[in-house]
Design a protein around this ligand. Structure first.
Ligand code: NCD
Ligand code: ZN
Ligand code: ZN
Length: 347
């Protein structure tokens, strides 16, 4: 229901999030569990989550880190390496331990050192995933030193995605955190087996936010924010009503001192005000009626999971995002730090 003062939607899910582990987990996970019924939890821990036992134990740690009575379901993922065994993938999927597997090109992003060096190495795994209907989630950037960092997503489409989709047309693929008009066009032209997640930061900022007036590490994530015309293409895709685009925050907290450093970490912590951030985009685009599809319907349909029961409400009210958030052991600077957003989340 949408009124001028509030909007109530089916409970949403976050289809791409980093909940971290160890000392950070208990400070980070409740922010996601407060807003979302379910979340696709990324496996790029140290060491990465590469087998059934590891993913299963991580799931237990997540549940143990949440306050008692929290109604939240982590949807776990497997981290693919050059050595992943197709039988292990199928075993974990049929046991319900992981719902999807994640392809990180080696050295593309945070925690990807053990990723895949060449997609050719995992073709038997991907063929098995196609057969059992298990989604493949992709960080879509090439890592070639000769390719400019702002072009790495577009080049990945040409070099890797197009051949992959051609070789395995039945494989269901989520192109994660898309940042370019090329990615939007590719997804739209690829058909129903392809979908994409879009983060709040890539809807709000272009690369100027990171580089004008000084270097701003808290606007740095991967894939890096691009030119304005790309941001506009992403806003159009997210608010279009197309079932191929859905919510995935890519909330990726790093300690403040690790971002404000000579070599700062990639990742933006947006979980605490994720829905407030997204809804502002839908409002600005005159597309509040498309918000529920993006946040609560397109994702579960692609993953072939039931839609959530229950609702959440966002009401118009000024909400100021704190400069820093204590996640237990350390402080993290959230996305929109110090800004006032126009909506308040009500569970
Ligand atoms: N998005 C990021 O900039 N960082 C993510 C990794 C990722 O999703 O690529 C992280 O784990 O920190
Ligand atoms: Zn990524
Ligand atoms: Zn991510």
């Amino acid at each position: 229901m949408t009124t001028p003062d509030s909007i109530t939607i089916r409970r949403p899910d976050d289809w791409h999030v980093h909940l971290r582990d160890g000392a950070l987990l208990a400070g980070v996970a409740p922010h996601t569990a407060r807003q979302f019924a379910r979340a696709i939890v990324m496996p790029n821990l140290s060491p990465p989550m590469t087998d059934v036992a590891g993913v299963s134990a991580y799931r237990e740690r997540i549940m143990a880190a949440l306050p008692a009575g929290t109604d939240f379901t982590p949807l776990m993922t497997l981290y693919l390496t050059d050595h992943t065994d197709p039988d292990e993938v199928e075993r974990g999927h049929s046991a319900g331990v992981f719902v999807a597997a994640k392809l990180y090109p080696a050295h593309a992003t945070t925690g990807s050192a053990h990723g895949v060096t060449d997609v050719a190495n995992i073709m038997p795994v991907l063929a098995r995933m196609e057969k059992i209907g298990m989604p493949l989630l992709i960080h879509g950037e090439v890592t070639d030193n000769h390719v400019d960092i702002f072009d790495r997503e577009a080049v990945f489409i040409e070099r890797t995605l197009i051949p992959l989709v051609k070789a395995l047309p039945g494989l269901r693929v989520v192109f994660e955190h898309v940042t370019t008009s090329e990615a939007v066009q590719f997804v739209e032209s690829a058909g129903a087996n392809l979908a994409a997640t879009i983060t709040p930061q890539h809807l709000h900022i272009n690369r100027n936010a990171m580089l004008v007036g000084g270097i701003r590490p808290h606007a740095y994530c991967l894939p890096v924010a691009k030119r304005e015309h790309h941001r506009l293409a992403l806003r159009k895709a997210a608010t279009s009503g197309s079932a191929q685009f859905f919510l995935g925050t890519d909330s990726a907290p790093h300690a403040k001192h690790l971002k404000e450093a000579a070599c700062g970490c990639a990742g933006i912590f947006n979980a605490p005000f994720a829905l407030e951030s997204y809804i502002r985009v839908f409002e600005e685009e005159g597309a509040l009626d498309k918000f529920e599809g993006f946040a609560s319907e397109h994702g579960p349909r692609f993953y072939r999971l039931p839609l959530n029961e229950g609702t959440v409400t966002l009401e118009r009210a000024p909400v100021t995002v704190p400069d820093e958030i204590d996640v237990g052991e350390t402080m993290v600077v959230p996305f929109h730090a110090g800004e006032t957003l126009g909506w308040r989340f009500r569970p």
